[in-house]
Design a binder for this molecule. Sequence first.
Ligand SMILES: *Cc1c(COP(=O)(O)O)cnc(C)c1O
Length: 343
Amino acid sequence: MSTPIQHDFRSDTVTRPSQAMRAAMASAEVGDDVFRDDPTVTQLEAVMAERFGKEAAVFLTSGTQSNLVALMAHCGRGDEYIVGQQAHAYRWEAGGAAVLGSIQPQPLNNQADGSLLLTEIEDSIKPDDSHYARTRLLALENTIGGKVLSLEYMEAATALARRHGLATHLDGARIFNAATALDTPVATLTRSFDTVSVCLSKGLGAPVGSVLVGGAPLIAKARRTRKMVGGGLRQVGILAAAGLYALEHNVARLADDHANAATLAKGLAAFEQLKVTTPDTNIVFVEVDSTIADDFKTHLAARGIGITSTYSATKQRWVTHLDVDRAAVENALAAVRAFFSGR
Ligand SMILES: *Cc1c(COP(=O)(O)O)cnc(C)c1O
């Protein structure tokens, strides 16, 4: 039998709602949100629109659904969006935009810093010619793989897109992590995007939910598509209440997650068999020497340290979040030290 996970670094999606968050959920005022009668959802949407300096917002079940309805708001059948090879909206969402939206991706390689080269974006925009799909949208992601795209880069990329008549979408699942790392308000960071998708269920610690913000006509289209894909929910204020609680209590503390990730990375980097990338935010990638990778993985699992090594034991991902505190980081590093002291 496998050891239960005690310190869970697999993802910032594993957080459980705190007692205080559950109390906020339990006392939420609710109504039928498909009738727009749920005051707590309406409040969350208003708070998010204001926080991001956009006209409107819509509450969605997940980041995947949020990206899907955004892409379908911008693009019609036979249109194309430019996106990174590593982008969640392209790689990790079961091809939803193609399957459900008949939207063709034009993937470009992400650079080591997560960006797409402006020259490659420009070169990939198709001319108006019946051979080609119509290029309609540039979709970026921030943070991407835990890396932060700078405000300057995002503004240059969106300005380029606009010059060519493209709309712009930001997958900002972890935009509050980027804002924390850059010490810049989210409204400033995202001001040049037409739509932004934000996850409440990652580092912010809510159990469910994402919000798409943007101009009112686009958000109205997204709301219609949300209904089409089965995302029109009823007394969902109990979930919106968790989101409101998270926005109030769990944003400033993201800095703790970044500090814990830095401590973790520093501790891991002490061992030459571990090649550690210095984290910008809350995600630490580690390349493990192949001669020890399987043993190391087994050792950590046996000590209740949960990490992700999806493709192979040599590629680890450690994520810090509100349910792994400084003590969890110290415990994990002690387990790592124990492994290497035995060799
Ligand atoms: C997690 C994530 C999503 C999708 O969110 P789900 O709620 O898991 O569907 C989208 N984009 C990025 C960058 C993410 O990290």
